[in-house]
Write a protein that binds this ligand. Structure first.
Ligand code: HXC
Ligand code: NAP
Length: 273
């Protein structure tokens, strides 16, 4: 068996697929000949992405604007995608929100906002898609983060949310595995130029300090994460389920140490100043 990277005739749904890493994933599947559906809150970003997906080779591309916090809208959007493109071969759930904030300084609603987007959003997307997943054979990929298993100061909300996301991955790999549905998480490294990287390493110095820490010596690119998603959704990965795969140049083997501490110090000094 060899990896063909050909997704012609497959239906791929990417939630939160209109910027950054997730858009890179959507574009990679489109370039591999798949039919694509993408969603996020902004109709403008959805329209722009759909046009780009057609340009790079999607067999079909459609989109819808909805907020993953609203389970009814998510269910309606996914129903529409199914009516237009048929059973889902691949579902990528990647919508997320993040800001650095110390737990004592953020409001309860700030904490809840990230839980609602990342964690509740994931279950809304997975449950909304469940009736439409190809059986056997569907591949679900939750886009997680190192916060799911490493503690970072200033990230209590994201750590709690993403840990939940990976536990959903592990649990549903068993509950839905019996129907031939695979469920995995992908944990991106620090991916150059993305919103997440800008929010957590806001200055060139912070970015460079992080890059130097990456054992493989370079920033990650959206294509690195997309390659892992193509592999996990291919026949080559037909026995891989319930796993959490870091695509990080081995950065997270170093733990949260220096970076987590830097963020805590920065937030505390902002509080004093
Ligand atoms: C403290 C903050 C805050 C901040 C918002 N809040 N930003 N608190 N510090 N910097 C608080 C608000 O005051 C409010 O609480 C509550 O959070 C909700 O804020 P809203 O602005 O009303 O929320 P909303 O419009 O829904 O926007 C959600 C958002 C926003 C998460 C705040 O930033 C967003 O839409 N983000 C999406 C894009 C994104 O974050 N991408 C990066 C993903 S990267 P009160 O009490 O005032 O009502 C990632 C991991 C990267 O996830 C990992 C790298 C290693
Ligand atoms: P990004 O560009 O901000 O992408 C987030 C996507 O989710 C956008 O399409 C956004 O579009 C959508 N979205 C956000 N909130 C939403 C909501 N409530 N409902 C529906 N859609 C919503 O971020 P990114 O940095 O590329 O991160 C992508 C994923 O990778 C996230 O899951 C993140 O946790 C993970 N990650 C990123 C890094 C990194 O280095 N960047 C590292 C580790 C993990 P709208 O604004 O139109 O809604």
């Amino acid at each position: 068996m060899s990896f063909s990277g050909d997704f012609s005739g497959k239906t791929v749904v990417v939630i939160g697929g209109t910027s950054g890493i997730n858009r890179g994933i959507a574009e990679a599947f489109a370039a591999s000949g798949a039919k694509l559906a993408v969603a996020s809150r902004s109709q403008e970003k959805v329209d722009d992405t759909v046009a780009a997906l057609k340009k790079v080779g999607a067999a079909e591309a459609i989109g819808a604007a909805f907020d993953v916090r609203d389970s009814d809208s998510v269910a309606a959007g996914l129903k529409h995608f199914h009516e237009a493109l048929g059973d889902f071969d691949v579902l990528v759930s990647g919508a997320a929100g993040n800001f650095p904030a110390l737990a004592a300084e953020m409001s309860v609603n700030a904490f809840k906002t990230v839980i609602d987007i990342d964690l509740m959003g994931t279950i809304h997307v997975l449950k909304g898609a469940y009736p439409y997943l190809k059986r056997p054979g569907a591949s679900i990929i939750n886009i997680s983060a190192p916060q799911s298993y490493l503690p970072y100061e200033g990230q209590a909300h994201v750590c709690a949310a993403k840990a939940g996301v990976d536990q959903i991955t592990r649990t549903l790999s068993m509950e839905w595995g019996v129907e031939g549905i695979r469920v995995n998480s992908v944990v991106p490294g620090f991916i150059e130029g993305t919103e997440g990287a800008k929010r957590l390493a806001p200055t060139p110095d912070a970015g460079e300090a992080l890059r130097k820490d990456v054992p493989l010596g370079r920033w990650g690119q959206p294509q690195d994460v997309a390659n892992a998603c193509l592999f996990l959704s291919s026949d080559m990965a037909s026995y891989i389920s319930g796993t959490v795969l870091a695509v990080d140049g081995a950065l997270y083997q170093r733990g949260s140490g220096k970076f987590g501490q830097m963020m805590g110090q920065m937030l505390r000094s902002m509080k004093k100043g």
